[in-house]
Design a protein around this ligand. Structure first.
Ligand SMILES: Cc1cc2nc3c(=O)[nH]c(=O)nc-3n(C[C@H](O)[C@H](O)[C@H](O)COP(=O)(O)OP(=O)(O)OC[C@H]3O[C@@H](n4cnc5c(N)ncnc54)[C@H](O)[C@@H]3O)c2cc1C
Length: 390
């Protein structure tokens, strides 16, 4: 095993950081995690969708607890507003088995299973650099330490990435996403929508953008009916400045069918954030002794629902490479080859999905099942997405 006794420093203790800490520990390394935030990260609770097979694999390997609640659905339903009316029109339906999770509970489960690592909370890393005697030096306000491997799991503005790709910054896609959750008490007042959401995730198309809606587990408890309605609304409209809640309601009122606009209007929005959609691809996911994971390695537009998925797969890849290769350097090179290619594929996929669904939205009202199937096949152009495999 290449990692036995290896010292591994991880910058960032979110999804990617905790998953990489589990990978390193399982491979035999002595792992230290530095997390800038001193708060509880589970408060970031939003929706995260993962493929069922990946969820199963992570549970089987002990990255995630089997008890972590999920809200699986099997279909994807495309809706729009009937022309000139406030009614909902279903335009297409496709098989799409996915496992929606609550971001906070996903993080919590990873964090608990990363207990074999040392965790420093509220400890921002101020610099990373190659050490003269090999490995890399990690500096914080509390001191410095040398590691054989340093994992950059420090998100989209990664400091660690600067050691591999100096100056690389995310590129804006030219549109915004509003993301939040709505309590079930609101959805309970809309029984037809609730029935649909129990089986499917929804795309609601409108001119210049679309909204995604799906149920996720609540922030606490194990009751299968403890759910939140998660949404992400993509639009090339208003600037996004100021309080996002009124913007979301305006978009919904102007473009959504009445029943869906009502849900959005009545919802007391939680975790509501608005941010520009961006993407980024680091030219190398590893350059020993540095390794990048999650958003630090690359940002795919959220239409792929694959940022956290990639972070989790990054961890599985690192564990596999450390277990199979004769030396850490060989393992990191193997990781770099596999994960750089995957990052590049996902950035391309995100651009295709964004172009089709936001930058050049189709005439949703003119489409039916056959048109949606053909349009989406053309948008994917042979690129694979677990969301659209059906
Ligand atoms: C609208 C939207 C919907 C999405 N939906 C999905 C989905 O359905 N499925 C999916 O797989 N993905 C989805 N994603 C993407 C996913 O949320 C991210 O890719 C994922 O959370 C990134 O995790 P990360 O650990 O790499 O980064 P982050 O969660 O950003 O964590 C980085 C961590 O590093 C810490 N940090 C930063 N700098 C330092 C430093 N110098 N020292 C110490 N710590 C530091 C930060 O405090 C933070 O905790 C979505 C994204 C968006 C915007």
């Amino acid at each position: 095993m290449a990692a036995t006794g290896l010292r591994m420093g991880v910058v960032g203790g979110s999804i990617a950081g905790c998953a990489m800490a589990i990978a390193g520990t399982r491979a035999g390394a002595d792992v230290t995690v530095y997390e800038r935030s001193d708060g509880e990260l589970q408060d970031r609770g939003l929706g995260i969708v993962v493929p069922p097979a990946l969820h199963g694999e992570l549970v089987a390997l002990g990255y995630l607890d089997a008890a972590m609640p999920t809200a699986p659905v099997t279909e994807h339903v495309w809706l729009t507003r009937s022309p000139g009316r406030g009614r909902t029109r279903e335009i297409a339906r496709q098989p799409s088995p996915v496992t929606p999770c609550n971001w906070g509970r996903l993080w919590q489960s990873l964090r608990e299973n990363a207990g074999g690592a040392r965790h420093h909370r509220g400890r921002p890393v101020v610099s990373v650099e190659r050490a003269a005697a090999g490995g890399a030096l990690v500096r914080t306000a509390a001191g410095e330490a040398v590691y054989d491997i340093v994992v950059g799991a420090d998100g989209h503005r990664s400091l660690t990435r600067q050691a591999i790709a100096p100056g690389l910054r995310p590129s804006p896609a030219g549109y915004l996403v509003w993301r939040g959750t709505i309590p079930m008490s609101v959805v309970a007042g809309a029984p037809r929508q609730l029935e649909l959401l129990r089986k499917a995730w929804i795309t609601l198309g409108f001119p210049g953008g679309h909204g995604i809606f799906y149920l996720i587990p609540g922030v606490a408890g194990t009751d299968p009916d403890d759910r939140l309605l998660a949404y992400a609304i993509y639009f090339r409209g208003p600037t996004g400045a100021g309080d996002p809640a009124p913007h979301v309601r305006e978009i919904a009122e102007e473009h959504f069918p009445d029943e869906w606009a009502d849900i959005v209007a009545r919802g007391e929005h939680a975790s509501l954030v608005c941010h520009p959609v961006t993407d980024l691809h680091a030219p190398r996911a590893a350059d020993p002794p540095f390794v990048l994971a999650g958003d630090a390695a690359g940002i795919t537009r959220p239409h792929t629902a694959s940022g956290a998925v990639k972070a989790l797969q990054d961890a599985l890849c690192l564990e596999g490479a450390l277990g199979a290769c004769a030396s850490p350097a060989e393992a990191l090179l193997r990781y770099g080859t596999e994960r750089t290619a995957e990052g590049s594929r996902l950035v391309e996929l995100g651009r295709r999905l964004g172009a089709a669904q936001v930058e050049r939205t189709p005439d949703w009202g003119a489409m039916g099942q056959a048109e949606v199937d053909a349009w989406f096949r053309a948008a994917l152009a042979g690129t694979k997405s677990y969301l659209y495999e059906g």
